[in-house]
Ligand binder design. Structure first.
Ligand SMILES: Nc1ncnc2c1ncn2[C@@H]1O[C@H](COP(=O)(O)OP(=O)(O)O)[C@@H](O)[C@H]1O
Ligand SMILES: [Mg+2]
Length: 288
């Protein structure tokens, strides 16, 4: 279902919401920047961040590919793509039977394409165990996209198994959504140690892109305490943008839409537009 064919048909031109200078200077030149969205905990906002950040980047005239490697396929259904169709999926890439370009589908968001998940991914962890080159299957298959995209975002499953490992071996960096709750820091330390080990053994150029605080509730003191703890430990790796707990964000997937298309005025949409702006700005500084 195509709702509109370009951002200019939306009631507001989203690119104008971010400084034009930021957009122009962050256009990558040759290969895409690949960002894995990972956290071994479930329900912390990985998929929500993947779908809405991808949409906000596309609204900034970036060419974006979202790869859904979670068997639950929430990023696929959240973009109105059937994860159980007979069409090629990310599973075929991991089985080394296809390249990424064979599995790309367009989404309702202009400028955003998707490689859908498949329920077969549930068995992929075991199947890959015996496979050769098992950590680099996704990385190899993504080479086929060349310079077609500026950003590739990978929505990871809630575990540090072979699927997430494939994402982290394909990625330039990891973006960590962190829910402001009691055990958040403990889980984050574990993830950081894992990233360090991957950097030493499998992907030397892997960096931490940043940590984004999600489902922040201003009325809850714990949210504030966790946020200041995380900022103390991780300093400027933590984005200034905080994603608030917002009911429109949680409603949007049931309509098969990112929140930016469901209700672009709500606090959740504004937060993801801000996050995209912050990421693009940091990318520009990084390149400089
Ligand atoms: N900022 C938010 N405000 C309200 N609900 C949210 C927010 N972010 C995520 N959710 C909801 O929380 C649940 C888990 O989010 P999800 O992105 O699927 O997490 P994960 O991919 O890490 O498992 C989903 O039902 C989602 O709609
Ligand atoms: Mg998810």
């Amino acid at each position: 279902m195509v709702l509109f064919c370009s951002w200019s048909q939306l009631p507001v031109s989203m690119p104008q919401m971010i400084e034009p200078e930021t957009v122009l200077m962050t256009q990558p030149t040759s290969r895409p920047r690949i960002i894995a969205i990972a956290n071994q905990k479930g329900g912390v906002g990985k998929t929500t961040t993947a779908v809405n950040l991808a949409t906000a980047l596309a609204a900034n005239e970036m060419r974006v590919l979202l790869v859904d490697i979670d068997a639950q396929g929430n990023a696929s259904t959240g973009l109105d793509i059937d994860k159980d169709s007979e069409k090629p999926t990310v599973y075929d890439l991991l089985a080394a039977e296809m390249t990424a370009t064979d599995a790309i589908v367009r989404t309702i968001v202009p400028g955003l394409d998707l490689i859908p998940a498949s329920m077969h991914l549930a068995g992929a962890e075991l199947e890959l165990l015996e496979a050769d080159n098992r950590e680099y299957r996704l990385s190899e298959s993504l080479k086929s996209i060349g310079d077609t995209y500026d950003y590739v975002l990978i929505d990871c499953p809630p575990a540090l198994g072979l699927l997430t490992l494939n994402a982290l071996c394909a990625a330039d960096s990891v973006l960590v959504p962190l829910q402001c709750e009691f055990y958040a820091l403990e889980g984050l330390s574990h993830l950081v140690r894992t990233i360090e080990r991957i950097r030493q053994n499998l992907n030397p150029s892997l960096e931490i892109q940043g940590v984004v605080l999600t489902m922040f509730d201003r009325r809850n003191n714990l949210s504030d305490m966790v946020a200041s703890d995380v900022r103390e430990h991780f300093g400027d790796k933590v984005y200034e943008t905080v994603i608030p707990r917002n009911v429109r964000i949680s409603e949007a997937p049931s309509y098969g839409k990112p929140v930016l298309l469901y209700d672009w005025r709500c606090a959740g949409s504004k937060a993801y537009i801000h996050l995209a702006g912050e990421i693009l700005k940091r990318e520009r500084e990084h390149r400089a």
